[in-house]
Design a protein around this ligand. Structure first.
Ligand code: GAF
Length: 372
């Protein structure tokens, strides 16, 4: 029986956080840590899902993943089942499947393990049902995965992670404009510039699917700010609209979103000019905005960012949703160890758990292999 293996990466967001669901700009890149799904079509309606990376495999029938049955599934299986559900909704001929999932992405680290899981499943499924796998199709698959996450799992996320997992390219960032969901590959010649990105996982897990959590609350605040201005999404506001927001909190959230999209544009300009010091300064300004106006940081993330910059990083910021997870620092290859050691010492002095560090460069998006 035909089997396929799909590998989908996690991501680092270089800049542009909490802009996707607000209709703004972001510039993430895929990283060389992946989730792998080995998939085989069955001749019946049984689903067998298992993993060494996740607890509690699950076996059932296609009927058991119906929308109103989803609460009975183990947490991580909902991300897999959500993709199968969304594919069925889109008219894909989904049959019974055997799925084996593995992953080297840490969960809760803000590196998009959920999107990598969804994207590995959707790519494997697409191959099994003979869908084309070109970039345009992949963009549609990202939308399908986002619906799985927002509607089936109930995590009110915005779509950046799925797009970059499916469309990322080595040595490129993916500029995404969520005003119209258009994408453009942006060369990021970090290697040639002798630079690399240090990911500092603070170990403080974040949970985007929590309906009462910070991420969901910020999304509501942004929606309320947009509604006050009569806009569909706050990322579509002009800077001079912000003074019309009477609510201080809404004005601060909106100021972050609008200024963050400008910072993405400024980073694109600085990258094109090869001005990496300027890129670093903009990353640090992004963190200040995420910490202050958006209140999405934590003491651990702030310490990682401040220490990295003091120790010679060109710039640093939290990456992804915040409220825990990881920060990134733009560092010279030969200065990375100094930055890492400084962050470790600062965490030890503060009594925080030691962060996990990784050096990453923009890597390939999801790939597919036919046969086991
Ligand atoms: C998380 C979400 F999944 C993304 O959609 C995005 O909103 C990000 O947080 C913040 O930029 O990764």
């Amino acid at each position: 029986m035909t089997s396929v293996t799909a590998r989908a990466p996690g991501r680092v967001n270089l800049i542009g956080d909490h802009t996707d669901y607000n209709g703004g700009l972001c510039l993430p890149f895929a990283i060389p840590l992946v989730t792998t799904t080995l998939a085989r079509a069955r001749g019946d309606d049984r689903l067998r899902i298992r993993s060494d990376a996740y607890p509690d495999g699950w076996t059932g029938r296609l009927g058991d993943i119906a929308f109103d049955q989803r609460a009975a599934l183990p947490d991580w299986v909902r991300y897999v089942a959500g993709v199968l559900w969304a594919a069925q909704e889109d008219g894909w001929p989904v049959t019974g499947l055997d799925l084996v999932v593995d992953s080297d992405l840490p969960r809760g680290a803000g590196l998009s393990s959920s999107a990598a899981l969804e994207c590995s499943v959707v790519l494997a499924l697409a191959a099994l049902v003979d869908r084309p796998l070109d970039p345009g199709s992949r963009q549609a698959f990202a939308g399908l995965c986002t619906r799985a996450e927002t509607e089936y799992v109930g995590a009110p996320t915005g779509g950046m992670d799925q797009l970059v997992s499916l469309l990322g390219q080595p040595d490129h960032g993916l500029l995404i404009d969520f005003a119209d969901t258009s994408v453009r590959q942006v060369p990021l010649a970090l290697r040639e510039a002798g630079l690399t990105v240090l990911v500092m996982d603070t170990g403080a897990g974040h949970e985007l699917a929590d309906a009462d959590g910070g991420y969901a609350q910020r999304r509501k605040e942004c929606d309320a700010a947009a509604a006050s201005l009569g806009l569909p999404r706050i990322g579509l506001a002009w800077p001079d609209d912000l003074s019309r927001l009477d609510d201080d909190v809404h004005r601060a959230r909106a100021r972050h979103v609008v200024s963050e999209s400008s910072r993405v544009e400024d980073v694109i300009t600085a990258v094109a000019a090869g001005d990496w010091s300027e890129v670093g300064a903009i990353l640090t300004a992004s963190h200040t905005s995420l910490k202050g106006d958006f209140a999405a940081s934590t003491p651990e993330l702030d310490l990682a960012v401040a220490t990295a910059v003091d120790a010679g990083a060109l710039g640093a910021r939290l990456t992804g949703g915040g409220f825990g997870g990881s920060a990134i620092a733009l560092v010279a290859e030969d200065g990375a160890a100094v930055v890492r050691d400084a962050v470790d010492s600062a965490f030890a002095d503060a009594g925080y758990e030691q962060p996990a560090h990784r050096l990453v460069l923009p890597a390939a998006g999801a790939t597919l292999t036919r046969g086991a």
